[in-house]
Design a protein around this ligand. Structure first.
Ligand SMILES: NC(=O)c1ccc[n+]([C@@H]2O[C@H](COP(=O)([O-])OP(=O)(O)OC[C@H]3O[C@@H](n4cnc5c(N)ncnc54)[C@H](OP(=O)(O)O)[C@@H]3O)[C@@H](O)[C@H]2O)c1
Length: 239
């Protein structure tokens, strides 16, 4: 992994045919999605490198409100080299943050929202409280959608064709229920987190969604980087 250049990694994680929804997670060998309620205990250098690379490659970064709250997301700034790479490849300097929240229980002063380099977009449903919406509209656009498929159509219409979802489990469960996941990048962290943590997916059961594995790379410290595509989808170039 250390031997792989950033260019090699970009080739391993090509942008998909648009529209495209890529999901990225890290889990323990026992399937745990968190240690003490956070993903940090599962992560390592190789995982962080891929995490940052995938952010560099996306137009929009989709995250559930629970993850934004629990993980205390920071503003979606990229380092200068990654911003330069994006601009060289015809992309805006920063991806746009897109938060999914039914209740709009989000703090407008949260750094990820108030300090965002690009005005974030919040996808919500018809039951969203008007007062919360009004407060959030000071720092973000808020759009009401009937379901996640409608949300993704809206994003594609805004030019956000390459979407990266960083979770969390409830959002992945909802995306899976609507069969919207084109790609899953899953890092397996070489540890047993033990009982208590959930899996990378949660919520109501949905039918199995077959995937095909594109790569499984053993990286530094034994982290396993895997990439999987929806089995019946057209493969993006380079896969
Ligand atoms: N290991 C990893 O890679 C990884 C990645 C991400 C998160 N995590 C962990 O996952 C945990 C958080 O789990 P979570 O399931 O709460 O995260 P989540 O899916 O990010 O957040 C759930 C919340 O997102 C909103 N939401 C999700 N799907 C929705 C839908 N279809 N419609 C409307 N709103 C929707 C709701 O927000 P409202 O409540 O505002 O309505 C819901 O309560 C944390 O422990 C975090 O560390 C781990």
């Amino acid at each position: 992994m250390a031997a792989l250049s950033d260019e090699d990694l970009v080739a391993l994680y090509p942008r998909g045919e648009q529209p495209w929804l890529r999901v990225n997670f890290v889990s323990g060998l026992d399937g745990a999605v968190a240690v003490d309620g956070l993903s940090a205990g599962l992560s390592g250098a190789a995982d962080k490198r891929v995490f940052r690379l995938l952010r560099m490659l996306c137009d929009g970064l989709l995250v559930g409100a629970g993850t934004l709250r629990d993980e205390r997301y920071r503003p979606l700034t990229l380092d200068p080299a990654r911003r330069a790479w994006r601009q060289e490849h015809g992309l805006p300097a920063y991806p746009r943050l897109v938060v999914v929240s039914g209740t709009l229980r989000l703090d407008p002063a949260a750094p990820a929202l108030a300090g965002a380099p690009v005005r974030p977009l919040i996808l919500t449903g018809p039951a969203a409280p008007a007062a919360a919406r009004q407060a959030l509209e000071k720092v973000a656009d808020v759009a009401e959608v009937a379901d996640l498929a409608g949300g993704l159509r809206l994003l594609h219409g805004l030019g956000l064709g390459q979407l990266l979802c960083e979770g969390g489990p409830l959002l992945l469960g909802s995306l899976g229920a609507e069969d919207l996941v084109d790609e899953l990048c899953l890092t397996l962290s070489p540890l047993l987190a033990g009982a208590g943590a959930g899996r990378i997916t949660a919520g109501a059961p949905h039918p199995p969604r077959p995937m095909r594995t594109v790569h499984a790379l053993v990286a530094d410290e034994g982290f396993l980087l895997t990439r999987h595509l929806r089995r019946h989808s057209a493969a993006p170039a380079g896969s």
